[in-house]
Ligand binder design. Structure first.
Ligand code: ADP
Ligand code: GLC
Length: 477
């Protein structure tokens, strides 16, 4: 086994809306470092065209037929971090303001999937493994096995499908099978792909990939239960033998407080006391908070949706701000959540701020400048923010679910172990109690806080171990 093609709907360093992009920007890079031929393919979105015009080279152009879809795909390519990236160009489908959330998303990603498969014979590149990610690419293993059933070169390929978030399933009307996917309607009528009276890209990925992974061990178990299974638990149970959890790492070159050019002062585990404080001061100044080194500054960088537990925070906002803390939130999402957060600057001037938007530079400054990072998620397949926080010596306060449970070691006041603070129940009272405990440790157990920061900064959040696990999985196939 030497070649792996990653197929995904987004990926750094080109485009990002969430953690999937971080993974696509870092795992292939690690595989290349370890001597594998890992490449990535994604749609050519408008933003990628605008930002990378000069780097992109045209590879080829060909017809794509899938069901009743007849169109043309043009492939562009470039190399970044020694990884070859391919982009599927189709102006009508992909050159839009956003990435997803359009009425024709099913058609767009059906086209994308077929275009990816067709590319292989056009450039005579048949990877050993195709590693597809999330619902957007869920139909790929089935289409590969079905559309090319007489072609040895396609049938030799093994498929890994990774679930980054089971809540997004790509469910569409059944007619999509014949209209866009070129798959026999019998897959709907006999129940195979049927889901909520339509069809599901996610279900297809789970059923037809050779191996299924998700992004933490705990989430791999959680999704087999009714509480987290999103009605897919019995489908997953039928494949439980081939399902495993591999926790994400982060790109430790990109996220490195010692070299990060966006920080006011760089620091490492030896110099954080003085230099992290400089970042806190700069952040407080930039955001209009009262400049004070000795107040606990709590941060949040997140998509603002129910998944992230933002309603717990809204419920406890007054109680939280009744404590001696400052709060900085960066994120976009549900309008009512944004509106709630927009109020906080008026209610708590110079003590709480909300930046509504997506801003990578500010994200770096927040991870470095705050003392604690709040992530009270309802569910969290892995979560990258808590990993980044730890690397920046910022202590995560998280709910024990999915990857948060697997990556944050709770503070133990007796042994001084731990890399953050954790609470078990999805309850605003439990969250608040844990925040109060963190406040107590910050003000009253200063040496312990420092020790926790050191522990967090020393934790291995790189891809090293997890990349090995993926390699073992690929090799086993
Ligand atoms: P998810 O993928 O569910 O959104 P993760 O924790 O896995 O959650 O990854 C989120 C990633 O997106 C992190 O790298 C985080 O820093 C980044 N991010 C989220 N919201 C914003 C924002 N408003 N501005 C900049 N970066 C953001
Ligand atoms: C999803 C999950 C998040 C995970 C990310 C990358 O967006 O919500 O928990 O870290 O994918 O795998």
């Amino acid at each position: 086994m030497e070649s792996i093609l990653f197929v995904a709907s987004e990926g750094l360093p080109f485009i990002k809306s969430g953690g999937l992009a971080d993974v696509i920007g870092s795992l292939p890079k690690e595989l290349v470092r370890k001597g594998y031929d890992a490449r990535v393919i994604m749609p050519l979105y408008l933003k990628i065209v605008n930002n990378n015009k000069d780097q992109l080279e045209k590879v080829c152009s060909y017809d794509v037929h899938s069901g009743n879809l007849h169109s043309v795909a043009t492939i562009y390519s470039c190399t970044a971090n020694e990884v070859v990236y391919y982009f599927v160009e189709h102006q009508g489908y992909f050159e839009r303001g956003g990435l997803y959330g359009y009425d024709d998303d099913g058609e767009r990603f059906a086209f994308f999937t077929k275009a990816v498969l067709e590319l292989l014979h056009h450039i005579n590149y048949f990877p050993d493994i195709i590693h597809s990610h999330d619902w957007h690419t869920g139909m790929l293993p089935l289409m590969c096995k079905d559309h090319y059933r007489d072609d040895e070169r396609y049938q030799r390929i093994k498929h890994v499908f990774t679930i980054h978030n089971l809540a997004f399933q790509g469910n569409f009307g059944a007619d999509m099978l014949s209209s866009c996917l070129g798959i026999d309607m019998r897959y709907y009528f006999d129940g195979t792909l049927r889901f909520h009276n339509g069809i599901s890209f996610m279900k297809a990925g789970i059923l037809y990939a050779d191996k299924i992974t998700t992004v933490s061990d705990t989430y791999a178990h959680e999704i087999l239960t009714k509480d987290f299974g999103e009605c897919m638990e019995s489908v997953l149970a039928s494949r439980s033998w081939d399902l495993s959890g591999i926790v994400n790492g982060i790109d430790i070159d990109l996220w490195n407080p010692k070299t990060d050019p966006l920080l006011t002062k760089n620091y490492d585990v030896k110099s954080f006391v003085k230099n992290k404080a400089a970042n806190k001061k700069a952040l407080q100044e930039a955001m209009g908070l009262r400049v004070a080194d000795d107040v606990l500054l709590i941060g949040m960088v997140s998509r603002l949706t129910w998944q992230k537990g933002v309603y717990l925070l809204i419920e406890k906002m007054y109680e939280l701000m009744g404590q001696d803390v400052q709060l900085v939130i960066l994120g976009t999402g549900e309008t009512n959540v944004e509106n709630e957060f927009k109020q906080i600057e008026y209610r708590f001037p110079r003590r709480a701020v909300y930046y509504c938007g997506y801003n990578e530079e500010l994200a770096h400054k927040i991870y470095a400048g705050v003392d604690a990072f709040l992530m009270p998620s309802l569910f969290e397949p892995c979560g990258l923010s808590q990993l980044i926080s730890m690397r920046y010596g910022t202590l995560p306060i998280v709910r024990e679910t999915g990857g948060l449970k697997d990556t944050v070691i709770p503070y133990n006041q007796y042994t001084k172990e731990g890399t953050g603070f954790t609470f078990a129940n999805f309850s605003s009272d439990d969250m608040m109690n844990m925040i109060k405990y963190a406040i107590y440790v910050y003000y009253m157990q200063k040496e312990d806080w420092k020790k926790l920061v050191q522990n967090a900064m020393k934790a291995d959040v790189s891809w090293e171990a997890s990349c090995r696990k993926y390699i073992d999985l690929y090799e086993s196939m």
